[in-house]
Ligand binder design. Structure first.
Ligand code: NAD
Ligand code: ZN
Ligand code: ZN
Length: 366
């Protein structure tokens, strides 16, 4: 039996952003039914609304969420009804070569990026019987979901749902960029450009591993003040300061330059910030057709590296519980990343919060 109708935040190429009533079908084999308790609003939702990542079909937005398991389909063994879970938006297939090699973030068999469940279907139908598709295989801006088992990661019950939501995307991506993608060591230097939910998580990850100095760059003084609280030792204004010249003059170049915006213009400036042997880490996601150019002689001559970073090079079932434990042990102040909490009906305002680059992460509650 499909569930009763309930409101979902939908983006449709024709109608734009709106609230639509949807029902969801029960969990099939290998699937899990979830009641969403909190969902963060990430720039990757805004990329859909702004058209950076075009979609040809209606999508239930939302991919950074936590909730409770309410039912399981045949064959599910890792979670039970009542378990608290963080939803991972890059549900790995667990069968491809990358998955077999322990690199789930590079899975080539996942259907999440095609905005479907693993069997190519959607759990959502609207009142007219039209199918509505789950963004990144989740569609978490509604109250009830069906997700693949590999997307539902069990976490301790004492973890607050808002913090759990952030573990679904920004924190796992940002901290993972530091510890997994880059492998930053104590005393190495780093600059982080763009200190939204993802960039602030990079800053927190850098403090966790003992990086120093940690230079944060943003256009918003409010965001930079938060970055200082999270461990930035220096802050620069991205509109006013020449960050590459500053890094070379003051630090002789940095070991790591993290970009957490998705701006081709900013990415092109990263190699100029690096010391020889340093690495630029591309965490921000640009438009799907974006290109950039670098001085190739400088890259080769100075042994500089460019590292792509999908989902913080994380394996959800390993890294999400690890980060949850670090938070509960007082080592990662993830609650301080949470700004305003709004009801789902205020999703449009929540996306405006994100566009205005103020405050910290907005959480939606169904
Ligand atoms: N790699 C991944 O797997 C992954 C996961 C999640 C999000 N992302 C991407 O990361 C990016 C950031 O996401 P977010 O949710 O933190 O976004 P956000 O909008 O909260 O933060 C972006 C920040 O960049 C700042 N900024 C914009 N232009 C700037 C400039 N020229 N110089 C300095 N600062 C500038 C803004 O003021 C803002 O604070 C997005 O592109 C998102 O799609 C990537
Ligand atoms: Zn995200
Ligand atoms: Zn795979």
């Amino acid at each position: 039996m499909p569930s009763a109708l309930s409101p979902a935040v939908v983006f449709d190429p024709e109608r734009g952003l709106h609230i639509r009533q949807v029902s969801r079908r029960p969990a099939g084999p290998g699937e899990v039914e979830i009641e969403v308790r909190a969902a963060g609003v990430c720039h990757s939702d805004l990329h859909i609304v702004s058209g950076d990542w075009p979609s040809d079909r209606p999508l239930v937005l939302g991919h950074e969420a936590a909730g409770v398991v309410t039912g399981t389909g045949p064959g599910v063994t890792s979670v039970r009804p009542g378990d608290h879970v963080v939803l991972s938006w890059f549900a790995p297939c667990r069968r491809c070569r990358r998955c077999a090699a322990g690199q789930a973030w590079l899975c080539t068999g996942t259907k999440a990026v095609a905005n479907t469940l693993p069997d190519g279907t959607t759990p959502f139908t609207d009142a007219e019987g039209e199918e509505v598709w789950p963004y990144l295989g989740l569609g978490a801006f509604t109250d009830r979901l069906v997700v693949p088992e590999s997307a539902a990661v069990r976490v301790p019950r004492e973890l607050p749902f808002g913090v759990g939501a952030l573990l679904g995307c920004s924190v796992t991506t940002g901290v993972g960029a530091v510890v997994n993608t880059a492998g930053v060591r104590p005393g190495e230097s780093a600059v982080v450009i763009g200190t939204g939910g993802v960039g602030l998580s990079v800053v927190m990850g850098l403090r966790l591993v003992g990086a120093d100095p940690i230079v944060a760059v943003d256009l918003s003084p409010e965001r930079l003040a938060v970055a200082e609280r999270f461990g930035a030792t220096h802050t620069l204004d991205g509109a006013r300061d020449d960050v590459a010249a500053w890094c070379r003059r003051e630090l002789g170049g940095v070991d790591y330059a993290f970009e957490a915006i998705g701006s081709p213009k900013v990415v092109e400036t990263l190699p100029g910030m690096l010391a020889s042997g340093g690495a630029a880490v591309l965490v921000g996601m640009a438009a799907t057709d974006a290109t950039g150019s670098f001085n190739l002689f400088d890259l080769a001559d100075q042994g500089k590296r460019i590292l792509g970073c999908n989902y913080g090079s994380s394996v959800g079932e390993i890294d999400i519980p690890k980060l949850a434990r670090l938070h509960l042990a007082g080592r990662l102040p993830l609650d301080e990343l949470i700004g305003v909490t709004r009801p789902l009906s205020e999703a449009a305002a929540a996306l405006d919060d994100l566009r205005s680059n103020t405050g910290v992460r907005t959480i939606l509650e169904p």
